[in-house]
Design a protein around this ligand. Structure first.
Ligand SMILES: *Cc1c(COP(=O)(O)O)cnc(C)c1O
Length: 432
């Protein structure tokens, strides 16, 4: 039986089929990616995409909100319970918009904000110069200690005392260690700043209890919903009661129009999933897998920024291997191991061809892979590094990866094909 999409738009249908096969036939190590459940996918692809719901439950600008009001209220309640927060706004379109909304709730354009520099593991939206956040605010950036690859809280305090920012941002996009949110909160208090914490990457670990939560120490917490939290692509803000109205106004009408109700609905489903023992087991395994992968990589002579990992993420410094990050990432992709090249702290190489590679374990963990497979993946990555200019050897690794993928199919519960048929594992190379 043909699906509607297959019938109406065979071109896009075929591309979707190819992408489903790619996601199933590769080991996906990009730390911000995952597989959502079928339930989340269903909510995301639902009739809620047809509905406008500008405003908030009980205070909308269009009629026909009998159901949307209930759904958004459920999503808010689940978010508050999961993160133990006074207030939740579940409308931000993405993590980037959530961050901008958080800043504009607490500061005005041209005020000073202070976040981690992008080449040191910060996000674009933490005030990096090419981001709007680095243009409309006066942005001061802190860095990690070049020797340890970790935060130097005394340095951060000194910088905060010198520049007296209105907002201090904690949280990262490429930092493999735990963050001490309490110290960030203390520093903010000492200099009269607000503390915004961005847990986009680690939200799933935070709600499962494998990373300390910033909620007690931050004025506003921002997160994406699609990384370790394993929901649809979206954003979310959590805050203390005193900031509730400012945060809500900042999201709508400050930055956005109508919320993406289908996404918001799927976020509600993802948060129900995150509130289960199965999710806690998954989050625990993410960290175990990252540690096993890191240990094996160290054995193979890879240098890891900060020497290892406490979370879901590993940053490899490839300088001792004499392989550029981009070259390694592309060779790994041909070997069906999907990663991203990344700067390392104080990278001597230019940002478009940096010295590092960023990997993470959320998606492989969702597939059911454990420490043994994490070690195998390290070995496969090492084979690619040792054969970086040997296409035949890389092709052999791709075959071994495909075998491993077939032993750990994307669980039925997480199937990615829109018509529920299991996508065939494709044996030909994805063309790149
Ligand atoms: C991924 C990420 C974001 C941005 O999320 P988008 O949904 O891609 O806009 C913001 N902050 C951090 C720390 C991130 O890692």
């Amino acid at each position: 039986m043909l699906t509607a999409l297959e019938q109406y738009d065979p071109e896009i249908y075929e591309l979707l089929r190819q992408e489903a096969a790619r996601q199933s036939g590769c080991i996906r190590l990009i730390p911000s990616e995952n597989y959502v459940s079928k339930a989340v996918m269903q909510a995301s692809g639902s009739c809620l995409t047809n509905k406008y719901a500008e405003g908030y439950p009980g205070k909308r600008y269009y009629e026909g909100q009998q159901v949307t009001d209930l759904i958004e209220t459920v999503a808010q309640q689940r978010a508050k319970k999961l993160f133990k927060a006074d207030h939740a706004n579940v409308q931000p379109y993405s993590g980037s918009v959530a961050n901008l909304a958080a800043y504009l709730a607490l500061a005005k354009p041209s005020d000073t904000i202070m976040g981690l520099a992008l080449p040191h593991g910060g996000h674009l939206t933490h005030g990096w110069k090419v981001s709007i956040t680095g243009k409309i605010f006066n942005s001061v950036q802190y860095e990690v200690n070049p020797d340890t690859g970790r935060f130097d809280y005394d340095q951060i305090r000194k910088l905060a005392k010198k520049h007296k920012p209105k907002i201090i941002i904690s949280g990262c996009t490429a930092y493999p260690r735990q963050i001490d949110f309490r110290i960030f909160g203390d520093i903010a208090k000492e200099v009269g700043a607000c503390h915004v914490s961005d847990i986009a990457h680690i939200a799933g670990l935070v709600v499962a209890g494998f990373h300390p939560s910033p909620v007690p120490y931050a004025d506003i917490v921002s997160t994406t919903t699609h990384k370790t939290l394993r929901g649809p692509r979206g954003g979310m803000l959590l805050c203390k009661a005193e900031y509730a109205s400012k945060v809500d106004k900042s999201v709508f009408p400050g930055l956005q129009g109508g919320p993406h109700m289908h996404t918001l609905t799927a976020i509600a489903v993802a948060m129900a999933e995150a509130d289960t023992p199965e999710f806690i087991a998954y989050a625990k395994q993410i960290v175990k897998n990252a540690k096993a992968l890191a240990e094996k990589l160290l054995e193979y002579g890879f240098n890891l920024v900060s020497g290892g990992t406490d979370n879901h993420l590993i940053l490899i410094d490839l300088r001792n291997k004499n392989i550029a990050g981009k070259k390694f990432a592309k060779a790994l992709d041909r070997a069906r191991i999907v990663t991203n090249y990344n700067t390392v702290p104080n990278d001597p190489a230019p940002p478009f061809n940096p010295s590092g590679l960023r990997i993470g374990t959320p998606a492989m963990t969702t597939r059911g892979m454990k420490e043994e497979q994490a070690q195998q993946i390290a070995a496969l990555m090492n084979r690619v590094a040792e054969n970086i200019d040997n296409e035949a050897a890389i092709e052999q690794v791709a075959k071994d990866v495909l075998l491993l993928c077939s032993q750990f199919p994307v669980p039925d519960h997480f199937i990615i094909q829109n018509n529920d048929a299991r996508p065939a594992l494709e044996t030909q190379q994805n063309s790149k």
